[in-house]
Design a binder for this molecule. Sequence first.
Ligand code: NZQ
Ligand code: ZN
Length: 384
Amino acid sequence: MDNFIFNARTKIYFGKGQVDNLPDILNEFGKNVLLVYGGSSIKKNGIYNQITERLSEFSVCELSGVEPNPKIESVRAGAELAKKKNVDVVLAVGGGSVIDCAKSIAAGYYYDGDPWDFVKDSSLIGDVLPVVAVLTIAATGSEMNKNSVISNMASNEKLCTSSLKFIPRAAILDPTYTYTVPAYHTAAGVADIMSHVFENYFKSDMTAGVQDGFSEAILKTCIKYAKKAIDTPDDYEARANLMWASTMALNGLCGAGKSGSFSCHPMEHELSAFYDITHGVGLAILTPRWFRYILSENTVDLFYRYAVNVWGICDEDKFAAADKAIDATYAFFEGLGIPMNLSKLGIDGNKFEIMAKKACANGLSNAYVPLSENDVVNIFNMCV
Ligand code: NZQ
Ligand code: ZN
């Protein structure tokens, strides 16, 4: 296990009715609040009213309409508004897109130039306003992590910028807020959670017992509850388990002491950057193909452990077990209703070379199994 720093900075308020704590949470930071949210979902399901009713003693300005795969234009608009209104704290109510956008807005408040500068180069991030998150979909882990993923469609770039100062100071995790997440996004969220775990579980270091045990528990929890949440959207137990899985999958714990870059995420970010697809759907399509591509004498032990500990596959032959686990992963995503081919999303091979080049520029040579541009094109082709 490598050395690591684990920084658990976010105070989590988990469970029904935790929104009642919102005024106390915000009071720590000041009275001027920038409320950031996405499309119409929080107005339709009543969360918006629950929030604003509790903000009566605050001065609130709003940035609405943050897109899935948040765009740099929203960050620019939010940062400008925050400066104009001299806000003290940014309150993000939504999913990863809204929280990521809020984080970059919080940095943009203190930054004199164009926020796209520090998306491209995180060393330019200076001070950052406090961010508080109210999570409405289980997926990214942004509610407790240091990442902000922002897209620039003009240059077909989707980049992750990071700062410890981005980590939300507090997050309200009320599973009932996810009852209205549609089946498609519930499934995509689960694929994202599982991918965050895979990205760290599939690394050459197999000595991190706590991290890998935690990872297996998160994967089994997703497998157990995903379909339940889709079939019965107001199943509290299912929604609560998925929500906590989301937060734990990418808050630094599962990856602590396990160095090396991610594999599927850099590839998926290119799919989103060029085609604006749903992040978790891209990951669900890529993951079983990537598994298949990297399975070899060198990696089979890790796949065998995954097969036995996560899927309960007992087969004496390690390759046979690995194959069954990869098939099970594919069938699981398909069973959630995820379209499992890029062609179903209208994506053909036209841009695979340029996408592969850009994905490799984001560190794939340092992945569990290093991937060249040619490898990435091959994997994309397996997904068509
Ligand atoms: O915009 P609204 O109307 O709110 O609708 C959203 C959106 O259409 C909807 N939704 C959210 N909560 C809902 C709801 N609909 C009904 N009821 C609710 N309670 O769901 C749709 C997707 O929302 P979004 O925030 O885009 O989903 P997600 O949380 O999956 O975030 C995806 C973004 O996060 C980035 C992704 O690349 C993508 O840009 N990621 C962020 C990471 C991070 N910060 O660490 C890591 C991830 O790997 C990922 O890259
Ligand atoms: Zn992800």
